[in-house]
Design a protein around this ligand. Structure first.
Ligand SMILES: [Cu+2]
Length: 355
């Protein structure tokens, strides 16, 4: 049945629509849900204002950091090398802690990051088994911090009971052992807060006889509690949510890939890693030469790390991500773009040949 609207009634309907719509331009407050800045006192004591759902740096004049996940994942700090009289290789590193910077971790979302060398994660420290590692640590932050390295070392080099105050310095020294993938982080209480804000990094000890050639990457699995409620709002591999989904990592088919994966996620008991399109051999903490399994899934608690070795048989775009759906949908989702292997044939390795 046809129901015609009288033209006079239609006129009033249109007039109403135009009138209400114009309110958006005349009185935008009618439409915008919230525009009044509100003040938050974070659990670190930092005063931050917000106009709505995201924390933004209104009135905050700290330094804004840029972070490049593409650069980070392939950047290793081998230190300054000196060979001592007894033949020992001394590697000296310089790490400075700060806690006053901000980073735009997602479009429009700014977060007060605490940094080692202006980066979250901090630099990936790399040495060879038996090297003497000397780390010159400086705290330029407003709070006490420290460096706690995983691995074998003396108690006084553990970085737990001795906090380094503002402006303080400390030199950590130990031999690089054992072979493997380890980590370091600030160990000042509340440790949860110091880790959640970004004071951590990966630490690789290479065997004296190098591992097989491979295209290598570092993935530090972390999260961001941007509203300070003790739960993560974002998850990521290397800090920036969704980064490697929007910037797929290019690798070659039939080439050995080695991923150093460290889980430092705060607030959630476990994290995981799922690889599409192929399976990996994995080495817990990288301390053994024999892989513990051949899988496409790993579950890791905080502080766990794994070295993964894999290759792709077929070119194409493949995801890797947390199989925990909440984590992947909040940013911990990445991808490899596998290309036909037209070069690098010298580094082609079949797994049966290397294990
Ligand atoms: Cu700290």
């Amino acid at each position: 049945m046809h129901s015609a609207i009288p033209s006079s009634k239609m006129f009033y309907i249109l007039l109403s629509i135009v009138s209400v719509s114009s309110l958006y331009f005349v009185v935008p407050g009618v439409i915008v849900a919230e525009e009044t800045p509100r003040t938050f006192l974070t659990h670190t004591g930092l005063v931050i204002q917000t106009t709505g759902a995201v924390i933004d740096p209104i009135g905050y004049d700290g330094e804004a950091l840029d972070f490049d996940p593409d650069k980070f994942m392939k950047e290793f700090d081998y230190g300054e090398v000196t060979v001592l009289d007894d033949g020992t290789v001394l590697r000296e590193y310089y790490i400075t802690a700060r806690d006053d910077q901000i980073m735009e971790v997602s479009p429009g979302v700014f977060y007060n990051v605490w940094t080692f060398n202006d980066s979250v994660p901090g630099p990936t420290i790399r040495a060879t088994e038996g090297d003497l590692v000397r780390i010159h640590f400086t705290n330029e932050g407003s709070k006490p911090h420290s460096l706690h390295f995983h691995g074998i070392h003396k108690a006084e080099m553990d970085g737990v009971f001795e906090s380094i105050g503002t402006g303080g310095q400390f030199t950590y020294e130990f031999y690089a052992e054992p072979v493997g993938l380890h980590l370091y982080h600030c160990h000042v209480h509340p440790v949860e807060e110091h880790i959640a804000h970004g004071l951590y990094g990966a630490y690789i000890v290479d065997p004296k006889e190098p591992r097989e050639p491979a295209d290598e990457f570092v993935f530090v699995l972390n999260g961001l509690d941007t509203d300070f409620d003790g739960e993560n709002n974002f998850y990521a591999a290397n800090t920036i949510p969704f980064y490697y989904q929007h910037h797929p990592i290019e690798i070659n088919a039939n080439q050995n890939i080695r991923a150093y994966v460290v889980n430092i996620l705060e607030f959630d008991a476990v994290n995981n890693f799922h690889l599409h399109g192929t399976l990996f051999h994995h080495y817990p903490a990288g301390t053994d030469t024999v892989p513990s399994g051949y899988n496409d899934m790993l579950t890791m608690s905080q502080g766990d790390r794994q070295i993964l070795e894999f290759n792709y048989k077929y070119p194409g775009l493949y995801m890797f991500h947390a199989h925990n759906t909440e984590f992947s949908e909040k940013g911990w989702v990445s991808s490899f773009l596998v290309k036909e292997n037209t070069d690098n044939f010298d580094t082609q390795v079949e797994y049966d040949d290397i294990i």
